[in-house]
Write a protein that binds this ligand. Structure first.
Ligand code: 5AD
Ligand code: FES
Length: 350
């Protein structure tokens, strides 16, 4: 097993069978070695810095029906909200004052915000804060739409592939296309975005074979960012009584991804922090190097409820900023408030 980890560390790759062997035989001892190698790799490339992104959840309306998700269209109990441009700008102002140089605009797939509206939002933020990076995370759109947002000034786009297993994807995403989601990721890359893919860990029925598919897909796509977090049941979904994913499996996969894609920007996600009070710290120690504290207005936080038990829903942006800084330092890392672009990326000029 040690030799497989060494191979992955040196060559940043493993074939399918070996990857499955590694996952199937993981134990405390191997995991310790894997973590050590992942940590070594992150230190070599990014040092002990942890990049900060300010997350603005600007709409909880969504036209899709992902079975696991609390804001799915079919959940009539979900409370919905939309932020106006002014409200979004207020979040940016607070964020900028607190030192954030990346704003992540995330929302459900909400057709209220037509492409022109998104363009207006991106342009207005860029004019006010030209030094900031803008990340969009608003789901599947056409090539032309992605191109318009990029030309307006968006730098990055997060679109998790959710799972690279076609059958599992189709079970969890009614009336959605597995192929289209992947196509979107390739389109985003082609346009010039820094692209974030990613998946959930511990979905009902998910096996190590499925994780191998996720890892192979990531190696092929070579995204600049990878967001992974445990699946956490939401009480108003059909998966309410399923078990959540574990910290152990999530951190193992974080370490493997650090070794597969050494330069990747890898968040220790809110979901990981929600299943374990020290989840994010464990993620950072396993190779993650990004955290994404919330900048959404506190009065809407509870409503952006993708899963139960989400942390930080009651905390002001300034409190989250301070809290996370303390945690990062206590875990032995240092805070980096710069834009934190992927070392392989620069903006395409037209
Ligand atoms: N548990 C964990 N993560 C979830 N997401 C959505 N619902 C859940 C859940 N129940 C994740 C998806 C999505 C991201 C914004 O949140 O991976 O891409
Ligand atoms: Fe909104 Fe899945 S329910 S993207």
């Amino acid at each position: 097993m040690r030799s497989l980890i060494d191979k992955l560390y040196k060559e940043n790759n493993l074939d399918k069978d070996k990857m499955l062997e590694l996952l199937n035989n993981m134990n405390d001892k191997h995991k310790e070695y894997l973590t050590e190698k992942a940590h070594e790799t992150r230190m070599k490339i990014y040092g002990n810095r942890v990049f900060m992104r300010g997350l603005i959840e600007f709409t909880s309306y969504c036209k899709r029906n992902c079975v696991y998700c609390g804001i799915r269209a079919g959940n009539k109990k979900a409370e919905r909200y939309r932020l106006s441009l002014d409200e979004i700008l207020n979040c940016c102002e607070t964020g900028h004052r607190l030192g954030y140089r990346t704003f992540v605009l995330q929302g459900g797939e909400d057709e209220f915000y037509r492409d022109e509206k998104i363009v207006e939002i991106v342009k207005t933020i860029k004019e006010k804060y030209p030094e900031n990076a803008i990340t969009l995370s608003i789901g599947e759109k056409s090539y032309e739409a992605y191109e318009k947002y990029y030309e307006a000034g968006a730098d990055r786009y997060l679109l998790r592939h959710e799972t690279a297993s076609k059958s599992l994807y189709e079970k969890l995403h009614p009336n959605a296309s597995f192929e289209n989601r992947r196509e979107c990721l390739w389109n985003l890359k082609k346009i010039g975005y820094q692209v974030g893919a990613g998946f959930m860990v511990g979905l009902p029925g998910q096996k190590n074979e499925n994780f191998v598919e996720d890892l192979m897909f990531l190696k092929e796509l070579e995204p600049h960012m990878v967001g992974i977090g445990p699946f956490i049941p939401h009480k108003d979904t059909a998966l309410a009584h399923e078990l959540p994913g574990t910290v152990e499996t999530t951190t193992t996969l974080l370490s493997i991804i650090r070794l597969l894609l050494p330069k990747v920007l890898l968040p220790a996600t809110t979901a990981l922090g929600s299943i374990d009070p020290l989840g994010r710290e464990k993620g950072l120690k396993a190779g993650a190097n990004v955290v994404m504290p919330n900048l959404s207005p506190t009065n809407v936080r509870e409503k952006y409820s993708l899963y139960d038990g989400k942390i930080c829903t009651g905390d002001e942006a300034a409190e989250c900023r301070k809290c996370i800084e303390g945690r990062i330092i206590k875990a032995g890392f240092s805070l980096d408030m710069s834009r934190g672009d992927n070392v392989n990326w620069s903006r395409k000029l037209y």
